[in-house]
Design a protein around this ligand. Structure first.
Ligand code: PLP
Length: 342
C-alpha cells in the first residue's frame, strides 16, 4: 500500500503505543485486549482526527490554502484538533459549532446533548479558543449554514483561500489516515482477530475497513455507532470505502469483515448511558486509561457487552482503538464527578 503520492503534513507522533491491558482482560475474563493509543499522539491533546488531518491539511497546503473552515457540535474533538493543527501550520481556523444536534437515531428531533457551564465553555471549547480558532456558535443547522456562507464570503472578499472540511474530517482523503494506521498496527502485532472502534462520521472505521482489506489481513472491524442507526452507519462506511478505494485506484473491496453495531448509542449523540459510565470507570480503574462519555465510552460499553454475551470469543485478541476525546470528558465534569464518586 503506497500512500506516498498523497500530500501529507506531519502532525502526530507515530507509531502510537500498542499496550496490553492485562488487568482489564482479567476482569472481563475473556479475550486478550490491547489498546492502540491514538489518544496520545501528541498535538493539541491528541486523538484520531490527527491521522486524517495529516492528509486533509497536506492537501490544503498543497492547494495554497490559508484558511480552514470546519464544523461540529460544541464539544467536537475534530474541531479542537483542527484548531491545534492550524496553529502549528500557521493557518486561520474557523470553527462553526452547532448547539443542537440530532438526538435519537431517526427521531428527527434536535436537542442540545447537555447544557451548562462545563459543556458550553470548558473542555474542547476552551481549547479551541486557546489554540486561536475563530469560534462561531450556532443554534441549529439553519444558522450553521448561514454563518458558513458569511465566513466563506468574507474569506473570498479578503483574498484568502479557504478549504472546507466536513464534520469529523470524514472524506476519502481523510480516511487515508486510517488506511495508513492499519499498516502501522499490523507491523506492531499481526496476530489480531478484531479491532473495536467508536464510529461517528465513519471515516475512521472506513479507513480501517479498507486498510484491512488491502493488506489481506483476516481481522474483523467492529464499528460501534455513537449516534446513528446501524443501517445509516453501514451505508456511510461503505460510501467512504468506495470513495477512498477510487482515490487509491483499487477496486472497492467487499466488506464481510466489518460489523456495525448501534447497541451502545442509547438516547443519542453525546448522551451517555449508565453502561458508558460503567465502562469509563472500568478502564480508569483497571488500566489508568481515560475514556470519554461521547465516543470511546460507548465503544468500550459495546466491547464489554460483546465479551460478556460471548459474542467475542475468549480465544480472540482484540485491539481497542482509543480514538481520544479526553477534553470532552471535562465538558461533562459535574456528571463525571458524580458518576465516579466512591
Ligand atoms: C471523531 C471521533 C471518533 C469517531 O471517528 P469518525 O471517523 O468520525 O467515525 C471517535 N472517537 C473520538 C474521540 C472522536 O473524536
Amino acid at each position: 500500500m503506497d500512500l506516498s503520492r498523497f500530500p501529507r503534513t506531519a502532525l502526530g507522533v507515530w507509531p502510537t503505543p500498542l499496550e496490553d491491558c492485562a488487568r482489564l482482560s482479567d476482569v472481563l475474563g475473556g479475550p486478550r485486549i490491547l489498546a492502540k493509543r491514538d489518544d496520545v499522539n501528541g498535538l493539541g491533546v491528541g486523538g484520531n482526527k490527527l491521522r486524517k488531518l495529516e492528509f486533509l491539511l497536506g492537501a490544503a497546503l498543497a492547494d495554497g490554502a490559508d484558511t480552514v473552515i470546519t464544523f461540529g457540535g460544541l464539544q467536537t474533538n475534530h474541531g479542537r484538533q483542527t484548531a491545534a493543527a492550524c496553529a502549528r501550520l500557521g493557518l486561520r481556523c474557523e470553527l462553526v459549532l452547532t448547539r443542537r444536534v440530532t438526538a435519537a437515531a431517526g427521531s428527527g428531533g434536535l436537542v442540545a446533548p447537555r447544557e451548562g457551564e462545563a459543556y458550553e465553555r470548558s473542555g474542547n471549547v476552551a481549547l479551541d479558543v486557546l489554540y486561536g480558532a475563530h469560534v462561531h456558535f450556532c443554534e441549529d443547522d439553519a444558522e450553521t449554514a448561514a454563518v458558513y456562507t458569511r465566513i466563506s464570503e468574507r474569506a473570498a472578499a479578503e483574498g484568502r483561500s479557504a478549504v472546507t472540511l466536513p464534520v469529523g474530517g470524514s472524506t476519502a482523503v481523510g480516511a487515508l489516515g486510517y488506511v495508513a494506521a492499519t499498516a502501522e498496527l499490523k507491523a506492531q502485532l499481526s496476530e489480531v482477530d478484531r479491532i473495536v472502534c467508536a464510529s461517528g462520521s465513519a471515516g475512521t472505521a472506513a479507513g480501517l475497513a479498507l486498510g484491512v482489506a488491502l493488506l489481506d489481513w483476516p481481522v474483523t472491524v467492529d464499528a460501534v455507532s455513537v449516534s446513528g442507526s446501524r443501517s445509516h452507519l453501514t451505508g456511510e462506511i461503505a460510501r467512504l470505502v468506495g470513495e477512498a478505494a477510487e482515490l487509491l485506484g483499487v477496486p472497492t473491496p467487499p466488506l464481510p469483515h466489518v460489523r456495525v453495531t448501534d447497541r451502545a448509542v442509547g438516547p443519542g449523540y453525546g448522551i451517555p448511558t449508565p453502561q458508558v459510565w460503567d465502562a469509563v470507570r472500568l478502564f480508569g480503574r483497571t488500566e489508568g486509561i481515560t475514556l470519554d462519555p461521547v465516543y470511546t465510552g460507548k465503544a468500550a460499553a459495546a466491547l464489554v457487552d460483546a465479551v460478556r454475551s460471548g459474542e467475542i470469543a475468549d480465544t480472540e485478541t482484540v485491539v481497542f482503538l482509543h480514538t481520544g476525546g479526553l477534553p470532552g470528558l471535562f465538558g461533562y465534569a459535574p456528571e463525571l464527578v458524580e458518576e465516579t464518586a466512591v
